[in-house]
Design a protein. Structure first.
Length: 349
């Protein structure tokens, strides 16, 4: 099992620290540094900056939002970042959610699975540097009846194949991810309930005539909070969990809320969402079960974190991406170093 680092969003007051964190992860031997985007900072610009300031660590989008870019533009960006980074780019994609897709990008959030499959098909064609011709439900290239002609990508990526990941939560999306992607970007992943995600991923791999053991990267992001006080470490994550379970999406369509329900937290998921949508953010945070946070993150001292890392490795995780808790550079660097120490203690390094 390898370690990754997720910088989250740029522009939250920790920008200079983010570069220092990425450089420390590079020095410590972390395999990949991911950057996120929603409706603020874009991931591509951040990743180009991180790549320029590091030497060995891969840089990855977690995620590029599908409604934000045409597939051909995403292929161009991926090829450019792979070239600029010296072959260190990983392409992570996701459909985002209905509120961002329709409210920010003006793109209808309909048939997200079919749109994702077609998007990936076009990217694969473009990245192969063949002349781009595609006829589908969402994109037709070239457009018929006009001056457009089949064009091929002029940029030569360093690698023949840039790894493509998909952020998926629902069972159908997970199955499709196993079928068409090289890796999975997960969230709120509990090793003890790994089957919720891995069974559909495994079914998708079987459709493609492959298995999860054949080069497929299982890559969940987990918060790491270092300290002796377990309760304090859990409490520090309550607002984050409440935002996703209660506020990421509409009442009718919140993928994270649905995941919490599948994990057995139906009553808590109802309460978190009800309070969050009523703008009782403190109440929503307080309603997040301790066990849900503890099961899906790394909390405690080095020994306890090592035990939890072993559980992730036993569940089949191949890249464990850490999101260090805390707002100071010192806290985040300490978390990175503890992650390496815990891996060594668990015999996983």
């Amino acid at each position: 099992m390898r370690l990754g680092i997720n910088l989250g969003y740029w522009g939250l007051g920790m920008d200079a620290d983010n570069i220092a964190v990425a450089q420390e992860a590079d020095r410590l031997g972390y395999s990949v540094c991911w950057a996120a985007e929603a409706y603020g900072s874009d991931a591509a610009t951040v990743l180009s900056f991180v790549a320029a300031k590091t030497e060995r660590i891969d840089v990855g989008s977690a995620i590029f939002q599908i409604p934000a870019r045409t597939p051909a533009m995403t292929a161009m960006t991926a090829a450019t970042l792979d070239t600029l980074s010296g072959g260190r780019f990983r392409l992570g994609l996701g459909v985002s959610g209905p509120q961002v897709s329709e409210g920010w990008y003006g793109v209808r959030f309909d048939k997200p699975l079919a749109r994702t499959r077609e998007y990936v098909e076009i990217i694969r064609k473009a990245m192969s540097r063949e002349r781009l011709v595609h006829e589908g439900a969402n994109w037709t290239l070239p457009l018929p009846g006009g001056p457009g002609k089949p064009i091929k990508l002029t940029v030569h990526p360093v690698r023949e194949h840039i790894p493509l990941y998909i952020a998926a939560i629902g069972p159908k999306n997970l199955e499709q991810t196993g079928e068409i992607a090289d890796g999975w970007l997960g969230i709120f992943f509990a090793p003890e309930q790994a089957a919720l995600s891995l069974d559909p991923l495994r079914a998708g791999r079987a459709k493609a005539g492959k298995t999860l053991d054949e080069g497929f990267d299982l890559c969940p992001t987990v918060t790491i909070a270092v300290g002796e006080d377990i309760e304090a470490g859990v409490d520090a994550q309550r607002s984050y969990a409440a935002l996703y379970i209660g506020g990421m999406g509409s009442k009718e369509k919140n993928f994270y809320n649905q995941l919490a329900r599948r994990m057995g937290y139906e009553q808590a998921a109802d309460e978190i969402q009800e309070k969050y949508l009523a703008r009782d953010y403190e109440g929503a945070a307080a309603a997040v079960p301790h066990d849900l946070i503890d099961a899906t993150s790394l909390v405690g001292d080095t020994a306890r974190i090592a035990d939890r890392m072993q559980a992730y490795a036993d569940a089949g995780v191949t890249t464990l991406t850490l999101a260090p808790a805390g707002f100071s550079l010192e806290e985040r660097v300490r978390a990175l170093r503890t992650g390496v120490e815990a891996m060594e203690r668990a015999g996983l390094a």
